[in-house]
Each structure stands twice: as C-alpha cells, then as structure tokens.
Design a protein around this ligand. Structure first.
Ligand code: ATP
Ligand code: MG
Length: 416
C-alpha cells in the first residue's frame, strides 16, 4: 500500500544561511494546505516525508501541485526492512507499468546499518523482478522506470514516479507586490508566475462600470478564485477601483494615440500611492513586448516614468502561445476568453502610439485634473477577500460594482 509522500524542495535548497527559514515556511505552507488530512510529517535530508492513511490520494496530489516551492514529489510504499516486504512492494510498482519495460533499481541507504551494500541489494531485487516479470529488461542508462528503494533506520520506501510540482519559492519569502489584474489572458499568468517565485500578491482591478459591463468584473473575481489556490492562506485580496470618471476624462481630453499610455500611467500612479503607503516594493503587470501596439519598450519607459518601484513583467519575453498554455494549466484561460471587455479593451484607439514621449504624456495630463480623479478613485475602492469557493455573483446584483456590492453579500467586503 502506498502511504508516504516524499516531497523535494526546489530552489530553496540553493539558499545559503537562510535556507532553514525558507524550508520552515514551505513546511508551514504544506501543513496549512493539507490541514484537513490526518498526516504525520517528518523532515530529513532536504525532503519532507508525509505519512498518510491509505486511500485516494488524488486530492492531496492536486493540493501539493499548488504550493510554490515544491519541486517534485513521489508517492512511495512504506514497508519493513525485510527483503520479502521490499520485494513485494517493488513487484507492485513494476506491475503498474505497461510492458515491455526497461528498468533499473537504485538503492539508497540513509541507514548504513542495513547489512547489504546498496549495489548488491539493487542487483538482488532486480534479479527477482526479472524472474517475476517476463517482459522486463535492464537498462542502467535510460530506463523507462527507475525503481528507487530508500532504506531508512526503521523502514524502507519504494517508489518510481516523480510528479513535477510548481518549483519556485514559498509564498511571501521574496517580498510583496501589487498585481495589475485585468480580465484578460496575460495578467493572471503574470500574477501566478510572481506567486510561484515567492512573491505575495494583492490584485488591483480598474473597472469602468457602467461604461463597461459588470460581467467583465465578474471575470476578474473568477480569475482571482483560481489565483487564490496558490496562496498559503488560500485567498487573494482583490481591490476593485472605479476608473469610470478617469476613463471619461481621458477619452474627452487626451489625443487618441495616447489614451492607453495615459490610462496605464494613471493606474500606476494609483498603485504607486497605495504601495508607498503600505510599504509594498513591487508592481506586477501582464505586459509582453510586442504583443499589442502599446507594448513597446518605448511605451514601457513612458509608463514606468510615474514610479521608481520595480515593475515586474514576467511575460515580457513569452509569446502568446506560451502564455495561453500556462493560462490553461492554471485554469484561467476559459474565464479570460469570455467575451466581456474591460476599460482597456473597449474604446481601444485605432492607432495607439508605439513611440510615446514622457514630454507629451505630461503635457496631455495637464489638460485635466487627474489628481482629484485619483482621489475619487481611492474613495471608490472596494476590497474583497476572494477564496476559491467564493460564491460572489455580481451580474445578478447590479450594473455597477457599487450597486452590486451594496446589495450583495458583505462577507467578502473588508471595507474601503
Ligand atoms: P491582459 O491579457 O492581462 O489584459 P493585454 O495583453 O490585454 O493583457 P493590455 O490590455 O495592454 O494587455 O494591458 C497590459 C497590462 O495592464 C495587463 O496585463 C494588466 O497587467 C494591466 N491592465 C490592463 N487593464 C487593466 C485593468 N482594467 N485593471 C488592472 N490592470 C489592467
Ligand atoms: Mg487586456
């Protein structure tokens, strides 16, 4: 019976003096994620061993694949140190593969008191397996199945499959960042990559309801539910800010080629103030060089000019297909392609500038009182704590975010 998960840490093990604190955080996150299962934990040799009751492990596997910092894991059978018990487990393991099959047995002795040397023991077990399974061949260089036997002081662990996990660093160990989250394909993936790399995020979404539909905000809520799965608290803080008045002011006063540039600068100005107030060092966006006309290096330079904070753009060098594949794996793609558009995809200028200048941007921004509009935006902010199981359904509750949250379930609201 398989009943031990062997968890391997990722880049955490490359850390120097503070490796222990990274590992402690990771173990804490794993325990939090699996708190509802009866499990005993044991940490040794840069690995975590989870002993669980025999049963269906599908849910645990899925949970482990959402914890940043885990590199891979294996489900092992635990036996006594008796040769017959180990051989029986090895037989089971081999029986689970289609044949013909090439294999290799590798024994590791964490306990050198075990009387048989590793190589000798591997050969012995392999010999038995060859007799028991007619379609087996040994291949010591590139086997289809690498059967591993780990000898510990009081037990043996037998396993062969390595299940890849997220890698990266435990959440929050590499700082905090604010994510500019749209309902599109890209920014959820950018947020996920930042989370995977150990950054604890909060999401900010600027909506223009009722100029744009409330369904576009629902997309962001549903995307946030998916992203929440990767946080140790299993929740994501989502700030919804009304961009409607700012949006209208930009459409009415700024020359069309600069619409997107100025909109982004206003979003970043807003985040800059919030980040300064809350001591959050980084900002994350889903921009990718060349993807749309406004996403050029020149354009990023003009957008960046309103903040000194590092702006992480994890997707800068990804092409669309790579981004879509990632979006599919984190289950945000099908939400992102729902047809509702947000403030930046509606009223898209026909000829956005690909080569904007800070000088012009500043000049256009003097045409309207953006400072007071930024203040209005702050007052309009609603903060929601989104969990994967959140049931918030805005389109049923109103046409604007304001309306919907007033009439709706206030459990999700944490105040202004
Ligand atoms: P996405 O798929 O993330 O919407 P995109 O390729 O459509 O990206 P743009 O619409 O130009 O690109 O947006 C670039 C980035 O600006 C987004 O990835 C996101 O980080 C941010 N952004 C755009 N619109 C909003 C919004 N309404 N609220 C918050 N952030 C936004
Ligand atoms: Mg977009």
């Amino acid at each position: 019976m398989k009943n031990v998960f062997i968890i391997r840490y990722g880049d955490v093990t490359l850390k120097g003096k503070n490796k222990k604190s990274f590992i402690d955080r990771l173990v804490e996150h794993i325990k939090k994620r699996l708190h509802s299962y009866p499990i005993t934990y044991h940490h040794a040799h840069n690995r975590l061993y989870l002993t669980i009751q025999p049963g269906d492990y599908t849910a645990i596997k899925k949970d482990l694949q959402t914890v940043p910092g885990i590199h891979s894991f294996s489900l092992a059978q635990q036996t006594t140190l008796e040769e017959n018990a180990i051989l029986a487990a090895a037989n089971d393991e081999i029986a689970s593969y289609p044949k013909p099959l090439s294999f290799k047995v590798k024994t590791k002795r964490a306990d050198k008191n075990f009387p048989i040397p590793s190589m000798v023991f591997s050969r012995k077990i392999a010999g038995h397996l060859l007799i028991n399974h007619p379609d087996l061949t040994v291949d010591v260089h590139h086997p289809d199945c690498l059967l591993e036997i780990e000898i510990r002081p009081d037990k043996a662990l037998i396993f062969s499959r390595k299940i890849a996990a997220l890698g990266g660093f435990p959440s929050g160990t590499l700082g905090r960042g604010y994510l500019l989250l749209s309902g599109g394909i890209d920014s959820p993936v950018a947020g996920f990559l930042a989370m995977k790399q150990g950054i604890e995020i909060e999401a900010y979404h600027f909506h223009s309801t009722p100029l744009t539909s409330i369904e576009s905000v629902q997309k962001v809520i549903d995307i946030s539910k998916q992203l929440a799965r990767f946080s140790p608290k299993h929740q994501l803080t989502l700030h919804l800010i009304s961009f409607t008045e700012m949006h209208q002011a930009i459409l009415n006063t700024v020359p069309e080629p600069y619409h997107i540039t100025i909109m982004r600068r206003m979003m970043l100005r807003f985040l800059e103030t919030a980040a300064e107030r809350n001591h959050v060092p980084g900002i994350i966006t889903g921009e990718s060089v060349g993807q749309v006309a406004s996403q050029t290096l020149e354009s990023m330079k003009v957008i960046n000019a309103v903040t000194n904070r590092p702006i992480l753009r994890p997707l800068t060098t990804y092409d669309k297909q790579q981004i879509i594949e990632l979006a599919r794996t984190i289950d945000t793609y099908s939400i992102a392609i729902r047809p509702f558009e947000d403030c930046c995809s509606i009223y898209v200028p026909k000829h956005p500038t690909t080569d904007p200048r800070v000088f012009y941007a500043l000049r256009y921004e003097r045409l309207f009182d953006y400072q007071s509009l930024l203040k209005t935006m702050t007052q309009s902010m609603h903060t929601l704590i989104i969990k994967p199981e959140s049931q918030l359904d805005l389109p049923r509750l109103g046409f604007t975010v304001e309306e919907a949250l007033k009439g709706g379930n206030h459990d999700y609201q944490r105040g202004q």
